[in-house]
Design a protein around this ligand. Structure first.
Ligand SMILES: [Zn+2]
Length: 238
């Protein structure tokens, strides 16, 4: 059963009431809706807890999609946690401090990809440090220069907004694809676009802050060579 993913429309929701729908073969708890972001696109799933009507607390150690199409989310309970029963409603609450740090980091990675307009081959979002891997033939990258450019965009306090667009709308507006830094996936019917005002437009399913100023101070800590054409750029909160 598809989960109503509330974080897609409001990444600032810290908790929600939800109805217990079922248990996966692996023991994951499925709810009708959730604020838990599920592991995807280099961003880890949220941790937190579910609290039942009777007051039982179920620590959640991970949130994962159960299907390729990413429509259903399973909340992985800690070993030995109390169980949920059919008909239960719960309050689902995420570890907000950790999630908010990831939202700031994730948004910072968008800015890093603007600063380095090369194909991205991988990435990872952490609470204190994150990285993007770029397909860049030659090095010559300067940590301080990249940091300066990213910090300029953070200081610009640019608005970060999301919108959904249908495959048909996308096809009708080829110019849109041209302005995007990443080519959107087609075939699922609709695509979620993240726009950072005057800076970046790309399809993305992650969680972001509302304005680049919320990211705070960051700096590029390391640029590693990963193979002939690959450079790994690490970013940390300063
Ligand atoms: Zn994103």
């Amino acid at each position: 059963m598809p989960t109503n993913c509330l974080f897609r429309d409001d990444s600032y929701l810290k908790n929600c009431e939800a109805r217990f729908v079922g248990i996966t073969d692996q023991g994951g708890i499925v709810l009708d809706r959730t604020v838990f972001y599920a592991t995807s696109g280099g961003q880890p799933g949220d941790t937190g807890a579910l609290t039942t009507q009777s007051g039982a607390r179920i620590p959640i150690t991970a949130a994962v999609y159960t299907d390729q199409a990413k429509t259903e989310i399973a909340h992985v309970p800690a070993p030995g946690a109390p169980s949920v029963t059919a008909g239960d409603t719960v309050i689902a609450a995420i570890d907000w401090d950790k999630r908010y740090a990831r939202m700031r980091m994730h948004t910072a990675l968008h800015l890093l990809s603007v600063t380095l307009p090369y194909p991205v081959t991988g990435g990872s979002v952490g609470e204190s440090e994150s990285r993007l891997d770029f397909d860049i033939p030659d090095a010559g990258l300067d940590k301080d220069e990249i940091t300066r450019k990213v910090m300029e965009m953070i200081a610009a306090d640019a608005a970060v907004t999301s919108r959904w667009i249908s495959d048909a709308e996308l096809e009708a507006n080829p110019g849109l694809v041209k302005t995007m830094s990443v080519k959107p996936p087609m075939g699922t019917g609709r695509v979620r676009l993240i726009e950072i005002a005057n800076l970046d437009l790309q399809p993305c399913g992650g969680t972001h802050v509302r304005s680049t100023s919320e990211i705070g101070a960051v700096r590029v800590t390391q640029i590693e060579k990963k193979g002939k054409q690959n450079r790994r750029v690490r970013l940390a909160f300063a």
